[in-house]
Design a protein around this ligand. Structure first.
Ligand code: ADP
Ligand code: MG
Ligand code: MG
Ligand code: MG
Ligand code: MG
Ligand code: MG
Length: 678
């Protein structure tokens, strides 16, 4: 979440009057940053993860695992503890930080300072994650445990799923049939976000996840746990009037999606152009990593027929009106908007020649006046399209105290729109008055149950991103195909059942670049050490992960010799990861080729291989994804009735088991490699 400003939030009818004000000043703020920092160049690789947790409170007598709603107290305690550690260790100490999240049962942690590109930093990621978990664990109550579980299986079931219990009848922000008001972080921003999304949309959000139909699931499945006849809020009848679909798990509130946990990685780029290239390169990678990290097969007490959170979270903040969704003709609103504000990327962003305009092949409306203003300011049409596309959205939460801002020294209005465009990849301009540069955030991954896995996926993505830079890889696919991949990635066991669109030839014309060439932008050495040995001219191995793209000359003619349709094909994830004979070395092959350019000790290499092996074995199926493991745990539990339902008892045992896995006391050779826990 962005900055949590304090103040008085406006209800939707008041907030919407300031929408243009926020957009106009948001653009002014962006332009002020742009003017100051567009030429900033030479930033080194700094990067960091964000890990989200759910805190579970165990009622061991009643055998119930519930969500603990003590976020406020827990965060205060962790802030005090981390500040004590910091003062004991001195100024330069890097002590983890904990942040609030949407759910009152959630925490987010980040490393105290970003990692660099040094191998020792890369190899410290797991320890850093473990340290954060240890801190969270140590300062919770005896019967509380922090989990990195993507979805809580029994969020929104009838009865007791929170500690303390609250009745959903009091859900005054969401009007949910299932989630009480107290599920939401009490900071004014969150209830207001919830209520204003509902008000702007004109109805509750509606999420229908396909139910996993088991041998004794009643058909058609008409969910007996929906209070069909409740009559407290005006929206209560929506469920029976068609919002809730049979054979689906129906959810009606922001908390179902924003209450999910994920793993995000942010990279600092050398400069703005390289950030834009990295953004584009990661767009087609996002669905692949979603399929590989799939970890959420259970929602609202049922087994879903999907493995991922993405569509739930996308629908749970869908504030589009009926006009915008195309249910009614446009009258009051300005745009038909094909996607929720939480969705996959709709436009590539780079102005590099590899980016063909044909790749942007889906409808991505943009605000013409904002586009014109940006262009007039000298911003190229591709970046102008990106920003003016994000800015078709209204600001949802406005605080009366911060309507008037100093546009030179604040980016709040810009961030208001930017940070509520939740896409698979985010282009992050530098904050005002800070040393931080142009960044790209990779946002599709599901959080994994253990820090070994979270470290492995973080490290894989950082290495892949460096291979992309070093070899000047071209991963462009039409955006419509990336979207199709997003849909496929969420399907049950997508890793082994789906094919994904992928580029046939990922190398630039003339073959892979030599990674030792100089940076294309700042003409410094892209690498951390001189490109070649001064003695014999052989390529030097690098000590640190690079942060620059070598230049790739634009071929004089025949740049795009092939029609776009001939550039890609459907491949299995095994082919994408391991390669296809003679044609494509696979993402692993590319990562290994990149590792060969690094100067590393045998011991470091062995440590890195452990992480890569986990992902290899998930890919080849010798280890299960978290989603498959969880689904099987439920289906083989003695109390499971093959009716798609996850009972209180099964949920309790599942959470006990997940904790045992995390602590390394439960042996799961089909899920984690031997010795994953040190
Ligand atoms: P968000 O706005 O997405 O919630 P956070 O501030 O929670 O972002 O976390 C972003 C991540 O970026 C953290 O892991 C942090 O360590 C990392 N980070 C901080 N500074 C930089 C930087 N200059 N470049 C790249 N990453 C950074
Ligand atoms: Mg977060
Ligand atoms: Mg964060
Ligand atoms: Mg965030
Ligand atoms: Mg933040
Ligand atoms: Mg983030």
């Amino acid at each position: 979440m962005g900055l949590l400003s304090l103040g008085t939030p406006l209800a939707w009818d008041d907030a919407k009057r300031y929408a243009d004000h926020v957009r106009t000043h948001g653009i002014t703020q962006f332009l002020s940053i742009w003017d100051r920092l567009k030429d900033r160049c030479g930033d080194e690789l700094l990067w960091g993860d964000e890990i989200e947790y759910l805190v579970v409170s165990f009622d061991n007598e009643g055998k119930n695992a519930r969500l603990s709603l003590r976020q406020t107290e827990i965060l205060a305690k962790l802030a005090a503890i981390t500040s004590d550690i910091a003062s004991a260790r001195g100024e330069s100490a890097s002590v983890p930080t904990f942040h609030p999240e949407y759910g009152r049962f959630m925490l987010e942690s980040t490393p105290g300072s970003p990692y660099s590109g040094s191998l020792s930093d890369i190899l410290s990621v797991e320890d850093d994650m473990r340290w954060r978990r240890q801190l969270a664990r140590r300062y919770l109550k005896q019967d509380e445990i922090p989990y990195t579980l993507t979805s809580f299986p029994r969020l929104g079931v009838p009865g007791v799923f929170t500690d303390p219990y609250f009745d959903p009848a009091d859900a005054k922000s969401s009007h949910s049939l299932f989630l009480p008001e107290e599920i939401t972080n009490p900071h004014a921003r969150f209830p207001t976000l919830t209520a204003n999304i509902r008000r702007r949309r004109g109805s509750k959000v509606a999420i229908n996840l396909p139910l996993y139909i088991d041998s004794r699931t009643p058909r058609p499945f008409v969910d007996p746990t929906i209070p069909w006849q409740r009559n407290i809020y005006a929206e209560d009848p929506e469920a029976k009037r068609g919002a809730a679909l049979n054979d689906h798990i129906y959810m009606d509130a922001m908390g179902f999606g924003m209450g999910c946990c994920c793993l995000q990685i942010t990279f600092q780029s050398c400069n703005v152009n390289e950030a834009r290239r990295l953004y584009d390169a990661l767009v087609p990678v996002a669905p692949l990593m979603l399929a590989l990290t799939a970890a959420s097969p259970l929602f609202r007490g049922y087994i879903a027929d999907v493995d991922c959170r993405w569509d739930v979270i996308s629908a749970c903040v869908d504030d589009r009106t009926e006009e915008e969704r195309g249910v009614k003709p446009l009258k009051e609103n300005r745009f038909r908007i094909p996607k929720s504000r939480y969705s996959s990327v709709s436009l590539y962003l780079s102005d590099h020649w590899m980016h063909r305009p044909e790749y942007n092949d889906i409808d991505a409306p943009y605000d013409q006046a904002i586009f014109d203003r940006l262009q007039k300011h000298g911003i190229d049409s591709i970046l102008a399209r990106h920003i003016s596309h994000l800015f078709i959205r209204d600001p949802i939460v406005i605080f009366s105290e911060t309507i008037d801002q100093d546009d030179e020294n604040s980016n709040d209005h810009f961030e208001n729109i930017q940070s509520t465009n939740w896409q698979t990849v985010r282009f992050k301009p530098p904050p005002v008055n800070s040393p931080i540069g142009w960044r790209v955030e990779f946002r599709s991954m599901e959080v994994q149950m253990t820090d070994f896995e979270n470290a492995a996926f973080s490290i894989f993505v950082v290495l892949l991103s460096r291979a992309i830079l070093a070899f000047n890889l071209n991963l462009y696919l039409p955006i419509s195909k990336v979207d199709e991949n997003m849909a496929r990635a969420q399907k049950r066991d997508a890793l082994h059942t789906q094919k994904f669109y992928f580029r046939k030839d990922v190398f630039p014309p003339g073959g892979p670049s030599r990674p030792e060439s100089r940076c294309s932008s700042c003409s410094s050495s892209g690498a951390s050490s001189p490109a070649t040995s001064p003695v014999d001219g052989t390529p030097r191995k690098e000590k640190k992960l690079r942060n620059c793209w070598p230049s790739v000359p634009r071929p004089a003619n025949g740049v795009h010799a092939k029609p776009v349709e001939d550039e890609y094909e459907e491949m299995s994830l095994q082919e994408i990861m391991f390669g296809k004979a003679d044609a494509f070395p696979g993402l692993f092959g590319l990562v290994y080729a990149y590792l060969d350019t690094l100067d590393m000790e045998e011991e470091e290499r062995v440590k890195l291989e452990r992480y890569l092996d986990l992902i290899k074995r998930r890919t080849d199926g010798t280890l299960k994804t978290a989603a498959t493991w969880i689904r099987e745990f439920v289906r083989t539990h003695p109390a499971y009735k093959f009716d798609s339902a996850v009972s209180q008892e099964i949920n309790y045992d599942l959470l006990v088991a997940v904790d045992e896995i995390e602590r390394g006391v439960r042996h799961t050779p089909d899920f984690l490699p031997q010795g994953a826990k040190r």
